[in-house]
Design a protein around this ligand. Structure first.
Ligand code: NAD
Ligand code: UDP
Length: 329
């Protein structure tokens, strides 16, 4: 009998890659999603797979599953700053109520649960690089507070279920991850720059572009999640690629990769945009024997090939996704 894993956010960028990985490893995968920021196209290829089952459901509403479940990965949540600014209440609810429901399900099914936390819990960090013992610098009432505080609450309630109820929990603090299946119009820097380069538009760099990020290729992240889920380590672990770059240098790299002769246009830096971000992954190396293997040059080439081959209507759909029809409560 194969083991069963429930993956929330299955139709999203990371969730869909995790569904692939666990289906390929022989698990029965129950994917759950309400498609608010995800896309059915990301998992279309799994619909006829005998080990994949899709549940169309909002995880902030009570979740009823009859069959037994061995593992849960909670990845449902908007993740792009523009997405979570447009749906702030849904973001707070999926991080709080959604996490509560999935922890309750884990307790009832005696399943191990891994939750997707984020580098955003460090806010605009005063410590660099960020290690797990740093408590962060978050503005609870700033525009990004809806995401950051939802994720901090998520970590707190997860630790409470571990300590109070004895649920087996794992917490991944994920740093910026990229790859095929990101939504081209989600506003995150990689799809934004790729779309602009492919449409012949100028690349929009926010601020002076001196802020830094460290980008991890999706296959590396999926390996890290896999190792963390099956490890004995139950406190938060950073997963990301420490290869840090300024956004302006990154824009130039993309112009070179896409062989574009567009210019860079500068836009105001969004409020609360962290100025620096780089994971300290010593703990993941020690506890999981994990580190990223994919260079940015290689990962970006694969990602560019994916975006280049998208249908024209997706490439030219530049307005942000309309969320109104997905908001039911
Ligand atoms: P995504 O937007 O592509 O995927 C999120 C998925 O969750 C979507 O399919 C969406 O429809 C679904 N969803 C949202 N609310 C839901 C709800 N109430 N009920 C059911 N489904 C719901 O984002 P992603 O980049 O794949 O991120 C996935 C997770 O990883 C998120 O929890 C995010 O916070 C975390 N994370 C991602 C990154 C990254 O760089 N990609 C970094 C840090 C943390
Ligand atoms: N950014 C940018 N131009 C864009 C989109 C993003 O310069 O069109 C910058 C943004 O200000 C941030 C960085 O790129 O400093 C990464 O942004 P993203 O939205 O990908 O994720 P974040 O790490 O801020 O959550």
């Amino acid at each position: 009998m194969s083991k069963t894993i429930l993956i929330s956010g299955a139709a999203g960028f990371l969730g869909s890659h995790l569904c692939d990985r666990f289906v390929n490893e022989g698990y029965r995968v129950l994917g759950i999603d309400n498609f608010i920021t995800g896309d059915k196209d990301n998992i279309q290829h799994l619909f006829n797979h005998h080990n994949f089952h899709l549940i169309d459901h909002d995880v902030t509403v009570h979740i009823d599953i009859e069959e037994s479940i061995d593992y849960i990965l909670h990845f449902a949540s908007p993740a792009s700053p523009i997405d979570y600014l447009k749906i702030p209440i849904q973001t707070l609810k999926v991080g709080s109520l959604g996490t509560h429901n999935l922890l309750g399900l884990a307790k009832a099914k005696q399943a191990r649960i891994l939750i997707a936390s984020t580098s955003e819990i460090y806010g605009d960090p005063l410590v660099h690089p960020q290690s797990e013992d740093y408590y962060g610098n978050v503005n609870s009432i700033g525009p990004r507070g809806v995401y950051d505080e939802a994720k901090r609450f998520q970590e707190a309630i997860t630790m409470a279920y571990q300590r109070f109820h004895g649920v087996e929990t794992r917490i991944a603090r994920i740093f910026n991850t990229y790859g095929p299946r990101m939504r081209l119009n989600d506003g995150r820097v990689i799809p934004a720059f790729m779309g602009q380069a492919l449409r012949g538009e100028d690349l929009t760099v926010f601020g002076k572009g001196s802020q830094t990020r460290s980008f991890c290729y999706v296959d590396d992240l999926v390996n890290g999640i896999y190792k963390l889920l099956f490890s004995d380590y139950s406190l938060p672990v950073n997963l990301g690629n420490p290869d840090e770059i300024t956004i302006i240098d990154f824009a130039h790299e993309i112009l070179q990769l896409t062989n574009s002769d567009q210019k860079i246009s500068f836009k105001p830096l969004p409020e609360g945009d962290p100025l620096k971000r780089q994971p300290d992954i010593s703990l993941a190396k020690k506890e999981l024997n994990w580190q990223p293997e994919t260079s940015r040059a290689h990962g970006m080439k694969i990602t560019y090939d994916y975006f280049k081959n998208l249908p024209t209507e997706k490439l030219h759909k530049t307005e942000h996704k309309d969320f109104s029809k997905h908001i039911k409560n």
